[in-house]
Design a protein around this ligand. Structure first.
Ligand code: AHM
Ligand code: MG
Length: 339
């Protein structure tokens, strides 16, 4: 379903989610409510990000502003905004954030819902203070415990069990991209209206791209397989017979968003210093993998489908190769040489 052609108003995110609810037999509206809370958080964070230079939110915490208030780092602020927007709605029983060591409970005065929300409130930390695109990543699961407050067990679920995943990119425009597993849809924020409008319906990732995205500064630590893979992509032996271009923002949300739209491959491999790589399974790899697959792309740890990894710890890291199906398959072939 989508807006009919000639629809002057266009579809808001709310309308899109509501239509989905109507098509889902037995849907209670909980998912719709949770999504509205996440979108509200996204709009609030977008407005903070846009004014960051004016609002005393850049830089380190510990400082006090002219009003005598404690200066909040933007990522901590984003974390608080998300928790505050979601906790009271009765849709979730527990949350987990890249910013918090342990799970975030729903305060006892609020009802405990059936969903679990995990998020990276502001991803791309090295880009926050320098006006480069950053984003929020979120992942939604159904709870597995029966009732009462949710636990870490509710959070430690394989990615293929996600109910939905998405991200909000704070770039030259603010966009929210999400999937419930059947199609990936993108919405652009109209900042004057304060609404997300459907702008990219049913996004499909090209099966092969012509760019790679990796932090080449880590080359001396790479395994032989990864080194050979990247060397191939930079040579005439690359698929297509000419070298791939290189694009690296250093914000996963931005690097992934480009890869989703244009194809190609993003990698944060394990290396000799950090065999598990850098990116977190539950807040970064798993939600992006769910989106990638729903758009016809792929996501691998190099040796395993990301969505099949059974998490054992909240802040677990895994290597990530994500993007166009054929490019990810190539990466896996080279990584296999390291075994
Ligand atoms: P963060 O969660 O501290 O922001 O770290 C995650 C970010 C990703 O957005 C990005 O892909 C990666 O770190 C970049 O890392 P590096 O600076 O090592 O290339
Ligand atoms: Mg992050």
């Amino acid at each position: 379903v989508g807006p009919s052609s000639g629809d002057e108003l266009g579809w808001t995110l709310d309308r899109h989610i509501l239509e989905r609810q109507r098509r889902t037999p037995g849907a209670s509206g909980d998912f719709t409510g949770l999504f509205q809370a996440i979108a509200l958080a996204g709009r609030v964070i977008a407005s903070k990000v846009a004014k960051a230079g004016l609002a005393d939110v850049l830089g380190a915490t510990g400082a006090v502003n002219v009003q005598g208030e404690t200066v909040q780092k933007l990522d901590e602020l984003a974390n608080k905004i998300l928790v505050r927007c979601v906790e009271a709605g009765g849709h979730v029983c527990v949350m987990a954030s890249e910013e918090d060591e342990t799970t975030i409970p729903v305060p006892p005065q609020y009802p405990q819902g059936k969903y679990v929300l995990m998020f990276d409130p502001l991803d791309g930390s090295s880009n926050i203070d320098v006006n480069v695109s950053i984003g929020t990543i979120f992942s939604i699961h159904r709870r597995v415990t029966a009732s009462g407050p949710g636990t870490a067990q509710d959070c430690l679920q394989a990615g293929h069990k996600q109910v939905a995943a998405g991200y909000i990119i704070y770039g030259s425009s603010t966009m929210l991209v999400y999937t419930t597993g059947d199609g990936v849809h993108g919405f652009t924020l109209d900042p004057l209206v304060g609404e997300f409008f459907l702008s990219h319906e049913n996004l499909r990732m090209p099966t092969r791209g012509n760019t790679y995205s990796i932090n080449e500064g880590n080359r001396s630590k790479w395994t032989p397989g990864v080194t050979e893979w990247i060397d191939t992509l930079k040579s005439d032996k690359a698929p297509g017979g000419k070298p791939y271009g290189m694009r690296y923002v250093g914000s996963l949300v931005a690097d992934f968003h480009r890869t989703l739209l244009r194809g190609g491959v993003f990698a944060y491999p394990g290396d000799r210093k950090a065999p598990e790589g850098k990116l977190r399974l539950l807040y970064e790899c798993s939600p992006m993998a769910f989106i990638a697959e729903a758009a016809g792309g792929a996501a691998s740890t190099g040796t395993q489908r990301v969505l099949d990894v059974e998490p054992t710890a909240l802040h677990q890291r895994v290597p990530l190769f994500i993007g166009s199906k054929e490019d990810v398959a190539d990466a896996e072939r080279f990584v296999a040489k390291d075994a």
